[in-house]
Design a protein around this ligand. Structure first.
Ligand code: CMP
Length: 147
């Protein structure tokens, strides 16, 4: 079915204009872009978004990294958007991405398990929650294609 997902280009990738542009092209080829914006988090935004990981060994570095520079967020639509974008991203762990999925986004551009280029919602329910976190004014029940 037609779905929405949230895709985020993380600070490591936004810092490199050529990577940012390559990711934007990949997104254009695969999805209809419903919303797009640049933003930067404060530490407290990062802590709130990743609160489910509080206490994990990587939480502090994740929180610091995600508020270390500008990001770009997209609301994307297509058939099975959630799994399609997760497939394009590849595995979270950079070692696995490099050796099992070198054609994925993280396989190509991931630096570490934390600096892993992109984020994507892992279910329809998290897509809803995460879209409203990034785009509070967005109405998931009444969206239209703008372009
Ligand atoms: P993301 O898809 O944004 O969701 C949670 C994030 O936590 C993940 O991408 C990584 O950036 C980070 N993360 C998950 N597992 C690890 C790990 N083992 N070591 C470091 N960072 C991790």
């Amino acid at each position: 079915a037609l779905q929405l997902t949230l895709a985020v280009v993380k600070p490591d990738a936004v810092a490199h204009p050529l990577i940012l542009e390559a990711l934007h092209q990949k997104i254009l080829e695969n999805f209809i872009i419903i919303r797009k914006k640049e933003l930067m988090w404060r530490t407290k935004d990062s802590e709130k978004f990743y609160s489910e990981h509080a206490g994990r060994f990587f939480y502090q570095r994740l929180v610091e990294f995600m508020s270390s520079g500008p990001m770009r967020a997209y609301v994307l639509a297509r058939e099975d958007a959630v799994t399609h974008w997760r497939g394009m991203m590849g595995p979270t762990k950079v070692f696995r991405a490099l050796f099992t999925s070198p054609d994925t986004i993280r396989g190509q551009y991931g630096l570490t398990d934390t600096r892993n280029t992109t984020h994507g919602s892992d279910s329809i329910e998290s897509a809803r929650r995460e879209i409203s976190f990034f785009f509070p004014e967005f109405n998931a029940d009444e969206w239209m294609v703008m372009e």
